[in-house]
Structures are given as structure tokens and as C-alpha cells.
Design a protein around this ligand. Sequence first.
Ligand SMILES: C[S@@+](CC[C@H](N)C(=O)[O-])C[C@H]1O[C@@H](n2cnc3c(N)ncnc32)[C@H](O)[C@@H]1O
Length: 211
Amino acid sequence: MRPTSPGTTSSRDPLSDSAAESVAVYSDHADDYAVDHAPKMADQVERFASSLPTPSLILDAGCGPGRDLARFTAHGHSARGVDLNPVFVAMANAHAPTSQCDLREVGSRFPAGTFDGIWACASLVHLREPETVDVLGQFAGLLRPGGKLYACLRSIGRTGWLDEPDGCRWCTVWDAEAFADAVADAGFDVDHVDRGVFVEVWATRRLIGSP
Ligand SMILES: C[S@@+](CC[C@H](N)C(=O)[O-])C[C@H]1O[C@@H](n2cnc3c(N)ncnc32)[C@H](O)[C@@H]1O
């Protein structure tokens, strides 16, 4: 049964592809999303961009309408976007080359070690925990050793279907330590963890052969 009040959770068919269903919902309010989120994450983007030599090749994994692609490009980097939502892909292409891709298959879309940085800003939120663990492993494969990862997802609230004014989407809430551990287990040294409503993990692709 769908919830009727904003910000509540409900159950649904457990066999549905909750990520794909959730991504599709963004199409109805894509322009509003771009406007509402335009001012966000500027400090984190600047910090990530500055942690890489210029120019570096950065994958914005789940780029949405492309706000951060534009920022990375303005910083002097080369950016590539992927997103599953076709409306966002079209919008993001105005800022940097972007293709439609499910993050659950992103490892097969580029050669291993292609990127110097992967930026995954709130894009893993609609995946189930095992899917996120798998995607983190694919990110590790796409990064050169020493490459940088930023990933943030929700760490406060309850996992389930979340009904908000702009639509109903699946949201997996992670324990912050468990998420940092999952990043480490995927082959990263965790450099820093910022904790809040969202947990933000800053990490470096471990050198091949190091423990
Ligand atoms: C909360 S929005 C964040 C967008 C953008 N990174 C930002 O910070 O504004 C989540 C984004 O991740 C994308 N996304 C979620 N699951 C995905 C998946 N499995 N494959 C590709 N994109 C996905 C959505 O389409 C959406 O653009």
C-alpha cells in the first residue's frame, strides 16, 4: 500500500526493480530537480576536484542533470556522466559527454582503470545493499590505482519506499560505519568519513598488491 503522507515509508512488491522504478520517477520533475539542487554540494565538489591533478578524468556516476559535470569542467578537469534516467542524460549532455547506463552495469561500460576520479553523489541511494556493494567493486575496477572516490548516501532514516512531494522512491539507509567498511572492502583506503543525514566517504583506490 502506498503511503499518503509525505516522508513516510511503505512496502511494495519485493520482486520489483526498485532502483529502476525510483529512477523513472525523476522524469516528472527533472527541471525542478535541477533548479532546487543547483546550489548544493559546491564545497564537496571543490574539495574533490582539488584532490586530483588538473586535468583528470572524472566519472560522475549518477550525474542527474549535470550540475557537477559543469563544475568539474570549470575546474579544468574532463568529466563524463552516466545516469539511468534518460531525461537527466539529455540535460547532462549539455555539460559533458553523458550516456544512459545502469550503475549496476557501469563496470562493463568503460575499460578498467579508465578514470582518475569517480564522484557518486547521492546516486547509490536507490540500490539495495548488495547492489551497492557490487557497484563499489565496479568503481574500484574503473579507477586507476591511486584514483579517488567520493560516495555519499543516506545514513539516517528508515530503509523503504519514501513518499516525497516529487514522487515515491526506494531509499536504502546505511549505517555510516558499515558503508565505510564496504568501501574499504571494495579495494579502497578510506581517507575520511563525514557523518550527517548523509554519510560521505572520501577514499583512494588501493595500489594493486597492497594489503
Ligand atoms: C538523488 S539523485 C542525485 C543526482 C546528482 N548526483 C546530484 O547530486 O544532484 C540520484 C541520481 O542517481 C541516478 N541513479 C540512481 N540509481 C541509478 C542506477 N542504478 N543507475 C544509474 N543512475 C542511477 C538517478 O537517476 C539520479 O539522477
